[in-house]
Design a protein around this ligand. Structure first.
Ligand SMILES: *[C@@H]1O[C@H](CO)[C@@H](O)[C@H](O)[C@H]1NC(C)=O
Ligand SMILES: *[C@@H]1O[C@H](CO)[C@@H](O)[C@H](O)[C@H]1NC(C)=O
Ligand SMILES: *[C@@H]1O[C@H](CO)[C@@H](O)[C@H](O)[C@H]1NC(C)=O
Ligand SMILES: *[C@@H]1O[C@H](CO)[C@@H](O)[C@H](O)[C@H]1NC(C)=O
Ligand SMILES: *[C@@H]1O[C@H](CO)[C@@H](O)[C@H](O)[C@H]1NC(C)=O
Ligand SMILES: *[C@@H]1O[C@H](CO)[C@@H](O)[C@H](O)[C@H]1NC(C)=O
Ligand SMILES: *[C@@H]1O[C@H](CO)[C@@H](O)[C@H](O)[C@H]1NC(C)=O
Ligand SMILES: *[C@@H]1O[C@H](CO)[C@@H](O)[C@H](O)[C@H]1NC(C)=O
Length: 590
């Protein structure tokens, strides 16, 4: 269709839609459906309050440790009640006065949990005040298995995302983890001692390090595609006059949830690849808040590594002001494409048709889906989202730490205390780090309580996008998974509905993890609910749930929801194909 007539149709359609729908999200759906795509409004996930202190309380169906302190001081209590461990019962204060004797098991547990909370909140360097007040030093606190060292992860990943001079790839090796990084680092001791390893590790193995699992556990060609997208997005000389750019803002109408924004960007990445342009993303409204500091404000790079190099970004923005660059078509922007091209455009064919042999591991209504419409789009969105989220920013890493700590911190403390010889904190820790810890085990992901089933339950105003399914149906599927894997009893529940949380109490044989905050009740509209949470919370919280869902061992969701569709993509490029996916409904285009 001619671009201009397409645009006209859209205008007409959207006026119609405005008359038809009274709620904004449904308007968007109407517009979308009429032009062949339902741009989903989703509000995302589970709403909850969030942020370093707000995440403090996670509801457990199991744990509730009484907290007692070695020597009470009102200062400490204040810190505790003001957020750090607000899941702790209020009786704490009373009990503290009466029991100041020796540490018992519960006290040790809560002391360790609090020490970790304090370390999480403080900068990594320097002894925290809080620890001092607890009478602890950093070196006397055992490592937290569920927390990631975000600074170190950043360093390592930055190294893996930067090409060296005159090389095609960043220092990717076939060796996983820090050893691979160290041995290519000319200043490292390992490098100098073990130079002869270098050939072995570098040979042939230039695959992107962010792909987990074997080729069979991912969508076809995932490794090659990720590598090629990276190379496409990182030309060796951004100032080369042959390098062309597509500069695009993220969608920013209030009706677009994060999922819709991501889907739109996937379409733009496809266009960029097809037209041999480097995609440069610009204003990202969801990062326009105080959590995103400095140059990452309002940019994708607040949450994940940028889609292209800083040099290319700078170059692209410089060219925006250059008349000649426009005339020669070196620069293109979102307005150069119709929304049809962006939303339902052509999937890049440079890798052939790998979607034609996707492993059928998705089940809907009791049967495996072996073929469906738009398989190419499913495959491409998975690749594009995986690429955009290949490395988390330090900020996102911190958000995940906070979330894991709130959910699994006490369990982790229990495990660690049980593993120590002698009573902590009196016992002296042996914190010797051997090469094994440093180079090999350092590559393991932070601990979470596994096996874990992630469940995203959407209801509310989703009715305009898909057939809404009751929570009971999700739980029926969960029981089915458990029948095969009886050691599964934990569910990471992500939902915006209070009703769902209430119903979860009817399933005492499951442990539910969810953040304890106000949820949507009755007929509040999603848009106003989202607005009431504020931009930072309404972005961070769903993103954390999204990444947890991608990590979980199993997932149950509604493929009819774009958000779950993208989670499916992340799992299918994250080594989880063989976990299977039980969906309560199907995508509306299948
Ligand atoms: C984190 O530290 C800041 C200042 O150091 C403090 O204001 C805030 O309350 C702390 N948050 C938690 C959860 O302890
Ligand atoms: C959630 O928080 C509310 C008040 O903030 C509290 O009354 C309730 O007991 C908490 N629920 C759980 C399961 O901890
Ligand atoms: C507990 O007592 C020790 C010494 O008895 C002191 O160094 C420490 O600061 C006290 N901790 C708190 C939380 O008051
Ligand atoms: C990149 O290309 C520009 C223009 O062709 C050239 O002036 C510059 O020297 C090149 N930079 C490098 C590092 O090759
Ligand atoms: C993009 O649109 C602008 C303004 O309409 C136009 O000048 C430019 O040539 C277009 N670029 C491409 C690559 O189509
Ligand atoms: C699910 O499958 C059953 C038969 O296996 C069929 O009767 C039913 O209509 C299906 N439901 C949906 C929603 O497709
Ligand atoms: C600490 O552990 C290392 C091995 O992990 C061992 O070689 C060393 O002797 C231990 N040190 C002490 C003081 O126990
Ligand atoms: C929600 O329901 C209440 C009572 O059921 C009604 O008074 C209120 O107007 C409704 N709000 C909306 C936004 O529909």
């Amino acid at each position: 269709m001619e671009p201009t007539s397409q645009k006209t149709i859209e205008r007409v359609v959207s006026q119609k839609a405005l008359q038809m729908g009274s709620s904004f999200p449904c308007q968007i759906c109407v517009v979308g459906l009429l032009c062949g795509v339902c741009i989903t409004y989703f509000f995302l996930a589970v709403l909850t309050s969030f942020g370093s202190s707000e995440f403090g309380s996670v509801a457990y169906s199991t744990t509730s440790a009484g907290i007692l302190w070695p020597n009470s001081s009102s200062e400490v209590i204040n810190i505790i009640t003001s957020g750090d461990c607000s899941s702790m019962p209020k009786e704490t204060e009373r009990r503290m006065d009466s029991q100041r004797s020796e540490l018992n098991g519960d006290k040790r547990l809560s002391l360790l949990y609090s020490a970790w909370s304090a370390m999480l909140n403080e900068s990594v360097d320097g002894e925290g005040d809080f620890l001092k007040r607890l009478g602890l030093s950093r070196s006397s606190v055992p490592e937290a298995p569920h927390l990631e060292n975000c600074k170190l992860a950043m360093q390592v990943n930055k190294n893996l995302d930067n090409r060296r001079e005159n090389e095609i790839f960043p220092p990717w090796t076939i060796w996983k983890g820090l050893l691979g990084v160290e041995l290519l680092n000319p200043t490292s001791a390992v490098h100098n001692q073990q130079l002869h390893f270098e050939h072995q590790a570098k040979s042939e193995g230039a695959y992107p390090p962010w792909i987990m699992g074997s080729d069979e556990e991912n969508f076809p060609f995932t490794r090659n595609v990720q590598r090629d997208i990276w190379i496409h997005q990182h030309p060796s000389n951004c100032s080369d006059p042959h390098v062309r750019f597509l500069i695009a803002d993220w969608e920013k109408l209030p009706g677009f949830g994060i999922g819709a924004q991501l889907s739109g960007m996937c379409g733009l990445l496809a266009i960029a690849i097809n037209e041999k342009r480097v995609l440069v993303t610009n204003y990202f409204n969801r990062a326009d808040h105080d959590g995103c500091k400095g140059p990452s404000r309002s940019r994708w790079s607040c949450y994940f590594f940028p889609e292209t190099s800083i040099e290319c970004q700078d170059r692209a923005f410089e060219l925006m002001a250059n008349q000649e660059a426009w005339e020669k078509g070196i620069i293109a922007v979102k307005d150069n494409y119709t929304s049809k091209e962006i939303w339902v455009g052509r999937t890049p064919r440079v890798w052939g048709h790998p979607w034609s042999y996707l492993q059928p591991t998705t089940e809907i209504n009791g049967s495996l889906v072996t073929y469906h419409r738009k398989m190419d789009r499913r495959w491409w969105r998975a690749q594009a989202v995986r690429y955009l989220m290949r490395f988390q920013s330090e900020y996102t890493c911190g958000l995940l730490n906070t979330a894991r700590h709130a959910a699994f911190g006490l369990e982790a403390a229990k495990l660690v205390l049980a593993s120590l010889i002698g009573e902590w904190p009196e016992a002296v820790l042996n914190k010797t780090i051997s090469d094994m810890e440093q180079f090999v085990w350092s590559n393991h992901k932070p601990w979470i309580s596994r096996p874990l089933l992630s469940m995203h339950v959407r209801m509310g105003d989703k009715a305009c996008e898909m057939k809404v399914v009751e929570f009971e149906e999700y739980m029926r599927l969960a029981d089915r998974i458990r029948k095969r894997f009886p050691n599964l009893n934990s569910i990471w529940l992500s939902t915006e509905m209070q009703e769902v949380i209430d119903k979860s109490r009817l399933y005492p044989h499951w442990n539910f993890y969810y953040t304890n905050v106000t949820r949507q009740m009755g007929n509040t509209t999603m848009a106003s609910y989202e607005a009431s949470l504020g931009r930072e919370t309404s972005t961070n919280y769903p993103l954390v749930n999204f990444l947890m869902a991608a990590e979980a061992d199993f997932f149950i969701g509604a493929l009819g929801s774009t958000w779950c569709f993208l989670i499916d993509g992340m799992r299918n490029t994250g080594g989880k194909v063989m976990a299977g996916y039980l969906s309560v409904n199907k995508d509306r285009f299948w």
